[in-house]
Design a protein around this ligand. Sequence first.
Ligand code: NAD
Length: 538
Amino acid sequence: MSSVVSAVPAASQIPEVNKDPVSCIPWPIPPPNPGLDIKYNKIFISNEWVDACDGEEIDDVNPATEKVITKVAYGKQADVDRAVAAASKAFQPSSKWRRMDASDRGVLINKLADLIDANKCYLACLESLDCGKPYTHSFFMDTGVSKILRYYAGWTDKMHGKTLPVDGDYLSYTLVQPVGVCGLILPWNVPLISLCMKIGPALCCGNTVVIKPNEQTPLSALFIASLAKEAGFPEGVFNVVPGGPEAGAAMASHSGINKISFTGSIAVGRKIEESSAKTNLKRLTLELSGNCPNIVFADADLDYAVENAHQAVFMNQGQLCTAGGRTFVQEDIYDEFVAKSVARAARRIVADPFQLHSEQGPQISQKHLDSILGYVKSGIEEGAKLECGGSRHGNTGYYMQPTVFSNVTDTMRIAKEEIFGPVQCIFKFKTVEEVIQRANNTEYGLAAGIFTKDVSVALEMAKALESGTVWVNCYNAFAVQSPFGGLKMSGKGKEMGEESLREFSDIKTVTLKLPQIQNISISTGSTVQYSTPKVSPN
Ligand code: NAD
């Protein structure tokens, strides 16, 4: 997600320089506050904070300490109903939001982006506390989302229909209109980024939204709700219902919701598709799982490829849908590549997310850590060579050792399924044809990487790989201007870029019968004279 990353600020812009307590390196960014005040933990409907209808709350846990950060309201069907009612009211044709000039919608979205920038340090701390991401990562990557909002703020008054040259005496044109109430369901691995990838285009097009963050990471969405109110979004435009599967299912089957944009697992994506089919055939954008191939040819710059392949897997604790978990390496450089990758993984610093030198924080939960350890066990049992790591790191917090497997074959479970953790599986290949076939031999199709100096190989591979995104000599190089989304079972529809606007808008055709005009004659001068319109005999 490099291009939503802000540039490192100039020294003069850094308000305060402290030292990291462990490494003693001066902070190049505002120092974090791990003990920050949690300001919002309720449901946000019509610009008001409310408890869940049944009063239920759940513990929100810090994965680095296993301690409860705060209790958060746990919404369900009745709360979704309330939020949808508010969003529907705000979408009425006479509402302030619907009557607002498109350019003023852009002003509001830009104000929200300004407020995100003004609260960047707080938001980065919140995301690190809730998800376990290193603070430097949250600061430079996750809170770079204001760029996404600014991109869509600029689009509000640039979406327009066409005038159509239809046959006959008609004027026919199209209007680009909002879809209505949109349900936005978020994952836990990139909650803030996923939120902004959805609200940017949804609000740009003039929709109203009901957001359901993942039950494990609701805090950034709740804080953004407070900023949306401060920015001046009218009541009911922006609603957040923290909750779990029940609230998500209530949204997927809700007849008041016209569109769902979902990011998460294939299993839940399938359920949403089913619910939608059984109810009101919602428009769906599904951003689902991946198990992405990253292919390194023998002519690639070896050290560069090793570092990029390492980051492709281990970034965000290995919890990225685009993680390049299947690293294919050409046989001539295989042994050297494995040795260098193992050395790099062994150097990776697993530490408290609030320490400057931390490269890897904890996994999101004990359950998820257990699932990753289960994959490691199956890899060993199926004959892959465990080169390093493979166990829990420390006793407190859900930390995992950076793990590398070599001699991985295509039929192993670690090759076929999304591990979603810091585990690199290194495969050996010989030819271009072979690696294309093996890389595509999966139900997933989210992203792929290629490292080579041969442009013709890169171009050929980019066409042949069955994935929504292909990176050449780079990885995870996201840009808000470029559409992102999976092929095959990795999803449907696109986020980001102009393409995402189509996911949140409908085209309406308007056709007017024109009076029929006969005998057009031009008099002297420039005055045009028409005869009386012919009355149709029918
Ligand atoms: P998940 O599918 O378990 O949960 C996602 C969201 O769906 C959560 O908010 C959850 O509460 C909700 N949910 C659960 N059951 C539901 C139901 N029956 N109906 C409606 N909503 C329901 O996924 P996760 O564990 O939060 O996220 C990890 C997964 O997300 C990984 O597989 C990862 O690859 C994928 N992901 C994909 C992308 C992408 O852009 N393609 C990005 C990030 C994560």
